[in-house]
Design a protein around this ligand. Structure first.
Ligand code: NAD
Length: 512
């Protein structure tokens, strides 16, 4: 987790501060604690973000709690209207949202715009809330008796989000949560917090009543308070596996509904009959896009049989063409990593991979932008061939621009490699054989599967989630399961007065 910024000495330039958003306005932090927000392209601390105290979290939750009764009573058509207006405002200001992402996360403009677009699709899904909340109705279950089910909001819910999608992942959560009638407290990543406050301003402009959407920034202090606060009904989390496990265990121990999405190690199986050019293009795009800092990035190519040599060659020849540079520069295709510490950790896996016997076919540490003492957190693209499952570089989620290649003799070996990996977020198979693809879809114990599609992130009207150590909880995120997560069902059994059939009857109620 980010270190706390050193107190500034008198005379130092005051940095811009990223404040909390509580009850429809920016609120300056009063805890005396803050964290640095870097510009990853230059390595400079660009601003500071307030870290909330327990009391500040309590204030945000209190505000959200106070807004809940009115918001849950607001008609579906009014809620829909606000969601539409929010959707249009984000669309109108997509460049500004993307600019926040480039400045603080480092991703290139086109990638940042893509993130905003995928987030927007979740808001578009939530605009259909009047349809999504339809319940069931059974007429005449017994004489003169009807039964129906309605879904009601939970109350105050929270979202705790990672650095790698500072706009999209919050949008996975808050559109559906708010559409269902809940009020929301977001704790975004402290590494790139500005987009969340910008989105809060757009909510206000869209007409969302104050207190329905709040943002508290911070570290473990804020997260732990949210996890134990008696008024928080549900927790949505996306981040690394150790923290996801902790959030799930702590949140459920405190009686909350929790969905906690964790880390990943995504494999792309390439069968001997695959189109080599198409598979190489897909592997390169999915491994190095967003500098590999995507939970659905392809991090391992599993090359089956004789496809390995031509495939690795085809991947290798594409690498020198990737333009690494600052996200805001026209023409950059891959930006820096999020922090220097993270960049160094990623580079460390190259060293340990080679020491363990892997073949380094492209070394990102040789890129001109790497290792400039005062510069940005750049690392070029790297390709590690002949990796085996015991290696340190394979057993860990690297979360950087490193693609690993495991060579196996058969399809069965490829599936076994995936089965034995603790993560199970996404996977893909590249083949021209429909039967093999169908068998893979049946066999592979992974939550999201692509067939000749390397990053199978479900569209907003399906739900997103991995299996095993990639998700703790029962319900996946967004889409129909998101609506289920943010509501609870109530079943009503109703009879209207009919004096003609009224009598005292102490038997257990019968339907026949
Ligand atoms: P992270 O787990 O370090 O942080 C996520 C959130 O948890 C942040 O808001 C952070 O402030 C908070 N946090 C961190 N340490 C904490 C602690 N000790 N106690 C309480 N809260 C804590 O993750 P990250 O580095 O921001 O994001 C990258 C990770 O997220 C990768 O592992 C990636 O695979 C994963 N991710 C998963 C998905 C998915 O859908 N499965 C999507 C995006 C990212």
């Amino acid at each position: 987790m980010t270190q706390i910024a050193e107190p500034r000495t008198a005379g130092e330039r005051a940095l811009e501060r990223v404040n909390h958003w509580i009850n429809g306005r920016r609120v300056a932090g009063a805890s005396g604690r803050q964290g640095p927000v870097f510009n990853p392209a230059t390595g400079e601390v660009a601003r500071e973000v307030d870290f909330a105290s327990v009391e500040e979290v309590d204030e945000a939750v209190r505000t959200a709690g106070a807004a809940f009764p009115t918001w849950r009573s607001t008609s579906l058509s009014k809620r829909t209207d606000i969601l539409f207006r929010f959707r249009n405002l984000v669309e109108q200001h997509r460049e500004e949202v993307a600019a926040h992402l480039t400045r603080e996360h480092g991703k290139v403009r086109t990638d940042a715009l893509g993130e905003v677009q995928r987030g927007l699709e979740n808001i578009e899904f939530a605009t259909g809330i009047s349809h999504l909340l339809k319940g069931g109705f059974s007429e005449q279950v017994s004489t003169g008796v009807d039964v129906y089910q309605i879904r009601q909001p939970l109350g105050v819910v929270t979202g705790i989000t990672p650095f790698n999608f500072p706009a999209m992942v919050p949008m996975w959560m808050f559109g559906n949560a708010i559409a269902c009638g809940n009020t929301f407290v977001l704790k975004p990543s402290e590494k790139d917090p500005s987009a969340s406050v910008y989105l809060a301003e757009l909510w206000k402009e869209a007409g969302l009543p104050d207190g329905v959407f709040n943002v508290v920034h911070g570290d473990k202090v804020a997260v732990d308070r949210l996890l134990e606060h008696p008024e928080i009904a549900a927790v949505s989390f996306v981040g690394s596996t150790p923290i996801a496990r902790y959030i799930y265990e702590t949140g459920t121990k405190n009686g909350k509904r929790v969905q906690a999405l964790g880390g990943a190690k995504n494999h792309m199986v390439v069968l001997p009959d695959a189109d080599i050019g198409m598979a190489a293009d897909a592997a390169v795009s999915a491994a190095y896009g967003s500098a590999g800092e995507r939970c659905m990035a392809i991090s391992v190519v599993v090359a089956v049989g004789e496809v390995a040599d031509p495939l690795v060659e085809a991947i290798e020849e594409r690498l020198p063409k990737i333009r690494v540079g600052p996200g805001h520069e026209e023409g950059s295709e891959m930006g820096p990593l999020i922090t220097r510490e993270h960049r160094d950790r990623v580079a460390g896996f190259l060293e340990s991979g080679v020491a363990a016997g892997a073949t380094l076919r492209a070394d990102g540490r040789e890129h001109v932008l790497y290792d400039q003492d005062s510069g940005g957190f750049f690392l070029g693209v790297s390709l590690l061939d002949n990796v085996t499952p015991e290696m340190e570089c394979y057993r860990n989620e690297i979360f950087g621009p490193v693609l690993e290649v495991i060579r196996v003799p058969t399809y069965t070996d490829a599936v076994r490699v995936i089965e034995e990996n603790p993560y199970a977020n996404g996977t893909a198979i590249f083949t021209r054989d429909g039967g093999a693809a169908r068998q893979f879809q049946f066999d592979v114990p992974v939550g999201m599967v692509g067939i000749n599609v390397p990053i199978p992130v479900p569209v907003a009207y399906y739900s997103f989630g991995g299996w095993k150590a990639s998700l703790f909880g029962d319900l996946h995120m967004y889409g129909p399961e998101g609506i289920q997560f943010y509501t609870r069902a109530k079943v009503v059994t109703a009879r209207w007065p009919d004096p003609a059939t009224s009598s005292v009857d102490l038997h257990f109620p019968q339907t026949r």
